[in-house]
Design a binder for this molecule. Structure first.
Ligand SMILES: [Zn+2]
Length: 151
């Protein structure tokens, strides 16, 4: 089992919510669970607003809207200044999902796994995938005998 340990953001005297089991010693069959808490969207947005606010060229500008975030039992409203709208637009358009590995060259699907294997049609991508696809195409058209090397 693959286990990833995270550095606790809390001082050592406080129990960390990130690690729910003792750090395993080097032994056989050690199983540990790691729990990564879901980020609080209110805290995230508050920190983002605090981060971009010092660079607002017109802090006295009237808000152009309002974002209200409800999470669990808390609600917080954030006035949308023009500067904050630009900052949010930049953050959103610059975002790239970690699971985004491009499109499948065969079916156009967007679900490629960690090994660049298309979940929808099965095609393997990357350098190895291209070599395999080229070889399969040559074999299908009679260009190479099975097991033969074609450079
Ligand atoms: Zn595909």
């Amino acid at each position: 089992m693959f286990v990833r340990w995270y550095r606790s953001p809390y001082p050592a005297r406080y129990p960390s919510p990130w690690v729910t089991a003792e750090r395993p010693r080097l032994s056989h069959s050690v199983v540990a669970m790691t729990v990564v808490p879901e980020p609080d969207p209110i805290d995230l947005l508050r920190e983002f607003v605090d981060r971009v606010a010092p660079y607002d060229p017109d802090p006295s500008a009237s808000p152009v809207g309002l974002i209200e975030v409800r999470h669990r039992h808390a609600t917080e409203s954030f006035p949308l200044t023009p500067h904050l709208v630009r900052a949010i637009a930049g953050a959103l358009t610059g975002y790239r999902d970690p699971g985004d590995r491009g499109r499948c060259a065969q079916c156009g699907g967007r679900r490629l796994d960690d090994n660049l294997h298309c979940v929808d049609c099965g095609r393997l991508h990357g350098v190895l995938g291209e070599v395999i696809a080229a070889r399969a195409e040559r074999m299908a058209t009679g260009g190479s005998a099975p097991g033969g090397f074609v450079g």
